[in-house]
Design a protein around this ligand. Structure first.
Ligand code: FES
Length: 200
């Protein structure tokens, strides 16, 4: 077994030439740089807000990471929490909780006109982050079909661009325009407003 830095020729170990060593080291360095750059690009994609053409996948549960179809969203709710999926690299944009999206399937005729412009076959999408102090809007009032934030009881109406109907939230949830492509729920455009609680 040749010692590190040596190569075996005709049964005899010889020191590796300086040039060979330098070339190997350079090769390793470039490969590591490449891996680092690719990792950085993936991290960037994971944090980027939803883009037109993104698919939507389950964020939690047994089907985490799987595509959400029209059939997965029962008419009348409850909502499902999704993450966008960048289709070219199949990267789930789960690097920021501000990318969480509430999806709910409602009767199209119950939606206000401005809400219909961002809906797809009755499905509406909104930021899942409360505009008050940033909790996850995880509650659902089945009788009124309102989203409810469990932290301080802010309530939003998904039939009307997530208008505030109760609680301390200062502004509606940002809407995410949707379309249905081949039965899959996909993103048609960026959030219509600012997401999260810290941005004004
Ligand atoms: S964080 Fe949602 S109501 Fe306060």
């Amino acid at each position: 077994m040749p010692r590190p830095g040596y190569q075996k020729k005709c049964g005899v170990s010889h020191p590796l030439s300086r040039r060979t060593l330098l070339k190997s080291m350079l090769g390793v360095g470039l490969s590591l740089q490449f891996v680092g750059a690719a990792g950085g690009a993936t991290e960037e994609l994971r944090k980027t807000r939803p883009q037109a053409g993104d698919s939507l996948v389950f964020s939690l549960g047994d089907r985490q990471g799987q595509l959400i179809t029209l059939q997965d969203l029962p008419l009348g709710g409850p909502p499902v929490i999704a993450y966008p999926l960048e289709p070219a690299t199949q990267t789930v944009r789960d690097g920021s909780r501000l990318n969480r999206v509430l999806l709910v399937h409602l009767v199209p005729e119950d939606l206000t006109e401005p809400t219909r412009t961002v809906a797809a076959e009755g499905i509406v999408g909104y930021s899942a982050i409360c505009t008050h102090t940033g909790c996850d809007v995880s509650g659902w009032k089945a009788e009124t079909k309102h989203f409810v934030c469990p932290c301080h009881a802010s309530e939003y109406d998904p039939k009307d661009r997530a208008r505030i109907v109760g609680g301390p939230a200062p502004r509606p949830l940002a809407a995410l325009p949707l379309q249905v492509v081949d039965g899959n729920v996909t993103v048609a455009g960026p959030f219509s407003g600012q997401v999260g609680a810290s941005q004004k």
